[in-house]
Design a protein around this ligand. Structure first.
Ligand SMILES: Nc1ncnc2c1ncn2[C@@H]1O[C@H](COP(=O)(O)OP(=O)(O)OP(=O)(O)O)[C@@H](O)[C@H]1O
Length: 210
């Protein structure tokens, strides 16, 4: 599903990740690691937000460097603490993402309704609570036809009911062949989420631990 080739990520001259050659099979991966180990950096690189040395290949050999648009259509990302333009409404933000991700018409309705977000979608994002922003960022991460969805700390700020709904979305998409990288300091081994494999970010590299 994903391949790292002579991959390096430095901030200025400070090395954060170095993965020589590694292939990751399809699945749902729980990305673990201590504070500052490089989990968010890994996800941002995979999302195509940060530059890096070496290369990454997704499924049919799609590289974020060589097939940038095709890659970004296939990979969706939700940040740990999402920040959106405060003057846009939730509805406008979804419309923007739907257009950029070539989402099927009305695709968002299922996600918005199941998370009970209709009552506030018309409001500017500056008026949203952190949980409301988080839920919006999760909806956006499911828009379009992604092959890989990256969720950075999806558990923070959302309530138990929303978490149960999110696990249902992940299970459904996984059945359709979508892969997931989920970073979390809290356990992801709960009812409702399909079996996850674990990857540890440690000592500037990544290791399979289950
Ligand atoms: N924009 C940046 N400029 C310079 N260094 C950075 C930048 N972002 C992150 N770092 C450094 O890269 C390393 C990895 O940070 P990262 O945010 O990826 O860790 P993390 O595993 O997600 O941590 P946490 O569990 O605390 O969220 C840290 O040493 C951090 O200081």
């Amino acid at each position: 599903m994903l391949q790292f080739i002579k991959f390096r990520k430095n901030y200025d001259n400070h090395p954060v990740l170095a993965i020589d050659d590694m292939t990751i099979a399809p699945g749902i991966y729980w990305i673990k690691g201590s504070n500052g180990s490089g989990k968010s950096t890994l996800l941002k690189v995979l999302a195509g937000i940060l530059d890096f040395d070496g290369d990454i290949r997704l499924n049919d050999n799609i590289s974020p460097k060589k097939q940038t648009i095709a890659y970004r259509e296939r990979v969706n990302f939700a940040e740990a603490e999402p920040v959106f333009p405060e003057f846009l409404t939730g509805k406008e933000m979804i419309a923007l993402f739907a257009a950029s991700k070539n989402a099927p018409a009305k695709q968002e309705e299922y996600f918005v309704e199941s998370m009970h977000m209709q009552p506030y979608l018309h409001r500017p994002l500056g008026t949203y609570s952190s949980g409301m922003l988080k839920k919006l960022s999760l909806v956006l991460a499911f828009m379009g036809n992604p092959e890989l969805i990256l969720l950075d700390e999806p558990l923070i700020t959302i309530d138990q009911e929303s978490l149960r709904i999110l696990y249902g979305w992940i299970a459904e998409k996984h059945q359709q062949g979508v892969n997931f990288f989920l970073s979390s300091h809290q356990s992801l081994q709960q009812d409702g989420l399909p079996v996850t494999k674990e990857i540890l970010v440690d000592d500037k590299t990544i290791k399979f631990i289950s």
